[in-house]
Design a protein around this ligand. Structure first.
Ligand code: GLA
Length: 370
């Protein structure tokens, strides 16, 4: 950084979820991994209380004083760092809040936006870490994870679960993370891929209605939980149900649509446990099958895939050497993640691009992941 005194560089990754979709806000399990691409923040402290947010990816330039942090729709991406700053100030004891004296921050991200790879959690976490560090305050990462989620829920207004911020904050090189979203207990699982690669493929379809549909699915799960509590009053969340229990209780959920949503959540939760076990046993064939079953459930029961994701997943599975493929993230567009034999990667790209473009008129983008 040459002669620019006091400038520091921070980084937070994006994440890909390998399996366990729409389970986090139901108190279930998820199995994400951090990615080598993410968000960089170059930070120079100030002493006048101003925070000046700039990005190499977006045009909006946003300045805010530490005493006047407000959500403004037109500030777009900068609402994420502003929300995090507001949460940091609420989190620290009042004596320490005077350490937040301002900063110039320049962001650069290489995660495709709105693709289901957590570009927003990545900017939240890099901001939370960087601003607490330059204020000289050490906050455990797990607390930064929670306050980044709170920023997104309360400041930005997206009612997301905790998976993304957790994976971004706690992810580790060459490992996936098995997270229990009820009590936040977690384990690292080595990603021994034995000559296979994880390929993230972007549909390049903007998600459009994703946020409202996301909140609609959350509400449907809550409705299911209410119906089940009629017969099992102490049920804390859907993640607490085993497949066996669900089979015996499912008639309590009269509405077939809600029943499908719950069936997805309960079966997906079991698939996460089975997938973690198959990875530990080096059984990638089984892992791939579970990915496909997860996708089928997200299509048929949870209904969050759509034409583009279906075309992409179908094309992926037609390639010899692809063990499994599924949508990843919230759905309604975004990306798939596929498990592909290394020597089949080139054929995979060619074949999938060809089939997908014929089906949708869109060009996919491929990321071979680390
Ligand atoms: C988004 C949310 C997460 C999670 C996934 C679906 O990424 O931010 O909390 O709910 O969708 O699994």
């Amino acid at each position: 950084l040459g002669s620019v005194e006091g400038v520091r560089l921070f980084f937070a990754p994006g994440r890909v979820n390998l399996i366990g979709e729409h389970t986090d806000y139901n108190g279930g399990y998820v199995f994400p991994a951090a990615l080598s691409f993410g968000t960089y923040a170059l930070v120079k402290p100030r002493s006048d209380g101003m925070y000046r947010f700039r990005s190499m990816n977006f045009a909006q330039q946003v300045d805010t004083h530490v005493d006047a942090i407000e959500y403004r729709k037109e500030d777009d991406w900068a609402n994420y760092p502003k929300g995090v700053l507001a949460q940091l100030l609420a989190f620290v004891p009042s004596a320490e809040s005077s350490s937040f004296t301002g900063a110039d921050i320049l962001y650069y991200g290489d995660i495709p936006n709105g693709a289901g790879l957590s570009s927003s959690a990545s900017i939240e976490m890099v901001t939370a870490y960087a601003l607490s560090q330059i204020a000289g305050i050490t906050i455990p990462i797990i607390e930064l994870v929670k306050l980044a989620q709170a920023a997104e829920n309360q400041f930005v207004g997206v009612n997301c679960g905790i998976m993304d911020q957790f994976a971004v904050g706690m992810g580790k090189k060459d490992h996936a993370l098995k997270l229990n979203c009820t009590d936040l207990s977690y384990e690292y699982a080595p990603l021994r891929l034995q000559g296979y690669k994880l390929i993230v493929t972007n549909t390049n379809k903007r998600r459009g209605l994703a946020d409202s549909k996301y909140n609609e699915r959350r509400a449907e799960c809550e409705a299911g939980l209410h119906m089940l509590r009629e017969v099992k009053p102490d049920l804390p969340n859907l993640g607490a149900l085993s497949m066996e229990e669900w089979t015996s209780l499912r008639n309590a959920v009269k509405d077939p649509l809600i029943r499908n949503r719950v069936e997805h959540v309960v079966s997906e939760d079991q698939r996460v446990l089975d997938a973690v076990q198959s990875l530990a046993a080096d059984d990638l064939t089984k892992f791939g099958q579970l990915m496909c079953e997860s996708h089928g459930s997200l299509r048929g029961l949870y209904e969050v895939t759509g034409k583009e994701l279906e075309a992409l997943q179908g094309a992926a599975m037609s390639v010899e050497g692809c063990l499994g493929s599924r949508m990843t993230g919230a759905g309604f567009g975004g990306c798939t993640v596929s498990l592909v034999r290394e020597d089949a990667v080139d054929v995979f790209r060619r074949e999938v691009e060809q089939q997908y473009t014929v089906a949708t008129g869109l060009k996919p983008t491929f990321y071979v992941c680390d």
